[in-house]
Design a protein around this ligand. Structure first.
Ligand code: ZN
Length: 135
């Protein structure tokens, strides 16, 4: 796997509306998409900064991994998403190098991307998302 760019940075927030206000009023960026991803129990908001996006994530249920993350570590940077050619192939490549996977197979994420996560225990503490556009 060779990522071609950082696609987005995921930030866990406690309150999406307040977080959007910060990013719009202080950072001066415009939220261009709000989307709920039901199977991940999150609501997301997106901003563009040049080629990179910021993805704000609010839990919609206490079972959400975002809720658990905030409970343990507080709000803040949650994951870094790298764009790859093919998410399934990149997951296989990582597994072949003994990286622990959270997702064995790509699944649908926000913005219709095919996403898969590597476990932070295998990635020096950085929850790593691999993503590509849907084929
Ligand atoms: Zn993400």
């Amino acid at each position: 796997m060779t990522p071609t760019k950082i696609e987005h940075i995921g930030i866990a927030v406690e309150n999406l509306d307040e977080a959007i206000k910060y990013w719009e009023n202080v950072m001066g960026l415009k939220c261009y998409n709000i989307e709920e991803v039901a199977d991940q129990k999150v609501k997301t908001a997106f901003f563009r900064i040049g080629e990179v996006k910021i993805e704000l994530l609010e839990a919609t249920s206490e079972e959400s991994t975002i809720a658990k993350f905030i409970e343990k570590k507080g709000a803040g940077v949650h994951h870094v998403a790298f764009k790859v050619e093919d998410t399934d192939q990149a997951l296989k490549d990582a597994e072949a190098k003994e990286v622990r996977l959270i997702d064995k197979q790509a699944r649908r994420g926000a913005e219709d991307l095919q996403i898969g996560f590597l476990h932070p225990k295998s990635t020096l503490g950085v929850l790593t998302e691999l993503c590509c556009e849907k084929k």
